[in-house]
Design a protein around this ligand. Structure first.
Ligand code: GLY
Length: 375
């Protein structure tokens, strides 16, 4: 099993390299978010400009795995194009943008100016902090807390740790505790958004933009929470954050369908057709697979750790099959099919999405490294 698995994963990574090469040769310096009819270039709405780091991020993954200098050259170029966004106050996504690009670049070189970009991005993101409610607000407004921010708050922890800034650390920890208390439910499921009274900080309730409803369990949001809290545990070593990630993982494992690829919302009525009913979101599966591989190394309980690892690999086995891999469709430009961006706005539904591509590559790279070390 493990040698067939290893060769399937390696083949999927090779295909991913081909598709990224094809994209940047066809559309140089272009940062797509989602495909339309399997093609990256179109005039569709961005909703918000948050995925720029995933293209360069894949290039860094390819370089770090193979040592190929062409990928490094491309990775540096596509990272540098994002440098100005260290000051971007319009999005809550600076972790997505810089932790996948400037962090691997800095870790490879130790160049102080690269680290300065990361620290500045962390400080910029921290300016979204709402002291009354104790959270970093989303791009939609001061009243809004998104579960996705759990994947971005690690850049504030990073900046706090590197500069020994206790206030920055407190901001990041407070955001995580508010998210845990307001968006993560006792059963481990999550809401996409929480709304607050801006003046008093009073919590008004759970709601959503991209999920089925305020009380549903949007699959990608749950994946962001699982992986985000695991990343925060890795940075802080505080067991309170590991507990949240494991609670999310418990829900994930208990509700995953037989074929191991999540539907877009765990509360969707599967008797209804897509997009509101039985629509898969492969990108949520890719994010969770990568997060579960890390969580398996963090969990104290050996049985739970084994379940996380086995589930992550089973999910990847499903995603490398022809149903999900773009190689099975002639002229398809994406790597991973059947992702979803925004159902209500009908953006990127049943298409390839940039974060699906990135986390698929990241999870496969981690899994291959692990399998190679065992063989
Ligand atoms: N904005 C984050 C997401 O669509 O998942």
């Amino acid at each position: 099993m493990s040698s067939a698995r290893l060769s399937n994963y390696r083949a999927a990574l090779k295909f991913a390299e081909q598709q990224v090469s094809r994209l940047i040769e066809k559309h140089p310096n272009y940062f797509p978010i989602y495909t339309t009819d399997g093609q990256w270039h179109h005039d569709g709405e961005l909703w918000t400009d948050w995925t720029g780091g995933f293209l360069g991020g894949m290039m860094w993954q390819f370089h770090l795995r193979s040592g190929d200098s062409l990928w490094r050259e491309r990775a540096e170029h596509y990272s540098r194009l994002l440098e100005h966004r260290q000051h971007d106050r319009n999005v809550h996504d600076l972790g997505f943008i810089f932790l996948s690009t400037y962090l691997p670049w800095y870790e490879l070189t130790g160049d102080a100016p690269l680290q300065a970009v990361l620290v500045q991005a962390g400080r910029t993101l921290a300016m979204r902090f709402q002291p009354q409610g104790g959270y970093l607000c989303s791009f939609v407004g001061q009243q809004s807390l998104f579960i996705d921010i759990m994947m971005n708050v690690p850049i504030i922890f990073y900046a706090a740790i590197e500069t020994e800034d206790a206030d920055l650390m407190k901001t990041a920890e407070t955001h995580c505790r508010t998210t845990r208390d307001r968006l993560v439910r006792p059963d481990g499921s999550t809401a996409h958004e929480g709304e607050f009274d801006v003046e008093s900080g009073e919590f008004l309730g759970q709601t959503t933009h991209q999920g089925l409803s305020g009380d549903s369990a949007w699959a990608r949001g749950l994946a962001w929470s699982l992986y985000g809290f695991s990343k925060v545990f890795a940075l802080t070593k505080s067991p309170e954050f590991l507990e949240v990630s494991e609670r999310n993982a418990g829900y994930w494992l208990a509700h995953l369908p037989e074929d191991k690829v999540p539907y877009w919302d765990f509360c969707a009525d599967l008797n209804q057709p897509p997009p509101w009913g039985a629509q898969k979101d492969s990108s949520a599966g890719a994010i969770a697979a990568s997060g579960l591989l890390d969580l398996a190394n963090q969990a104290q309980d050996a049985t739970r750790a084994a379940a996380y690892r086995q589930t992550a690999l089973a999910m990847l086995d499903a995603l490398v099959a022809p149903e999900y891999l773009g190689s099975s469709v002639p002229n398809y430009e994406g790597i991973l099919r059947h992702g979803v961006y925004h159902t209500k706005k009908n953006l990127g539904v049943d298409e390839s999405v940039m974060w699906g591509e990135y986390f698929f590559v990241e999870a496969l790279t981690k899994a291959v490294r692990q399998l190679e070390s065992q063989s």
